[in-house]
Design a binder for this molecule. Structure first.
Ligand code: ATP
Length: 342
């Protein structure tokens, strides 16, 4: 295991911002620390880098404890939300800074800078002043600078959150491609689930300083460990049911869920887990919100198990509050929630 974090607790004064966090990261793997604002993601990342002392626990690399290894000797590359470039230097000098710090001979700088600019999609930008870059370009330069000394671990703290939505999506795709192509081992902090799912192989979901669940992206999405994780991952309705042979019977109809163990289960529905259909559970629209590619509905049902649910209709729908509607389940929007209700 490349990175290993065991029972790490970090205090700010008497307040424990991270409690008993453990995680592992294998070579070439990308792990996202995902969680709401204030859940302790940045604090855990800072403890791993050595920027924040842990009051308990061990951070090790290939089995060697890093406690006595200073930040700049850990072989980690860092990228923050605001890339923190040197404003008075051009792009090449910013990237070469990382090389100088790691004793790469000056004669090799220009070639390496050119390679890195190509890697981040900024070929020919060497002489550009960093004050003349767009937000997205600046983050690409920050990434190139962090990658310059070939770090054994890349740590990214909300690297895309300062950018507008469209750019963020594009840069997330480019970054995911770069991490995979170059087989970079990386730890990413984000509060954005789409970003985490685009970039990471595995996610660790934090809430109130604790890692609540850790696993492959798909399994965390489909089987959240508890209600808090489920809510954070977009579940808005909880629904009891009874499973038998991969079919779950509920008051809102039958759901096919191969993973459901026979017996009582708890389902978590995301809004698109219920769709407007000609045949289904009857209800009345109480609100309709028009989104780019669908209409999000709030629907009052006549069932005792759940009174109000979120649902979706096609973008072309002209449903309004007060209209009668029927809803049918869509397995794609349904998760199996483990653990205690909360
Ligand atoms: N230097 C500090 N001194 C005291 N408390 C701090 C300090 N830094 C963070 N905290 C507190 O620790 C908790 C965790 O903060 P942290 O920044 O790690 O959360 P986060 O999940 O990264 O949040 P965000 O997504 O908003 O950056 C918060 O309650 C925060 O207020």
């Amino acid at each position: 295991m490349a990175l290993s974090v065991r029972d790490v607790t970090v205090h700010y004064g008497s307040f424990a911002a991270v409690r008993g966090a453990s995680l592992d990261l294998a070579d070439g793997e990308v792990l996202a620390l995902l969680g709401p604002s204030g859940s302790g993601k940045s604090t855990l990342l800072r403890a791993i880098t050595g920027l924040e002392p842990a009051s308990e626990g061990v951070v090790s690399w290939d089995g060697a404890d890093l406690a006595a290894v200073p930040v700049h000797k850990r072989g980690f590359g860092l990228v923050f939300q605001d890339g923190q470039l040197f404003p008075h230097r051009d792009v090449a000098a910013n990237i070469a800074f990382g090389l100088r710090m790691h004793g790469v001979p000056r004669a090799q700088h220009a070639k390496r800078v050119t390679e890195l600019l190509e890697l981040v999609g900024l070929t020919g930008f060497e002489r550009r002043r960093v004050t003349e870059l767009s937000g997205g370009q600046a983050q690409r330069v920050a990434l190139a600078r962090a990658l310059a000394p070939e770090p054994r671990l890349l740590l990214l703290d909300e690297p895309l959150s300062g950018l507008d939505a469209g750019l963020r999506e594009q840069l997330a795709i480019d970054l995911a491609d770069l991490l995979r192509r170059s087989k970079i081992t990386a730890l990413l902090v984000t509060h954005d689930q789409e970003e985490a799912f685009t970039l990471a192989d595995r996610v660790a979901v934090l809430d109130a300083g604790e890692i609540r669940q850790e696993g492959a992206v798909g399994s965390v999405w489909r089987r959240p460990a508890d209600d808090a994780v489920a809510r954070f991952l977009g579940v808005t309705t909880f629904l009891p049911g009874r499973a038998s042979g991969g079919v779950v019977r509920t008051e809102l109809g039958q759901f096919e869920l191969a993973a459901a163990p026979d017996g009582p289960v708890r389902l978590g529905l995301r809004p698109h887990g219920l769709r407007v259909a000609s045949d289904g559970v009857p209800g009345e629209v109480t609100a309709a919100l028009h989104r780019r590619d669908h209409v999000r509905l709030l629907v009052r049902l006549a069932t005792p198990a759940v009174e109000t649910v979120d649902a979706v209709a096609p973008a072309s729908s002209d449903l309004r509050a007060g209209d009668p509607v029927r809803l049918a389940p869509d397995p794609d929007g349904i998760a199996l929630v483990s653990g205690e209700a909360g």
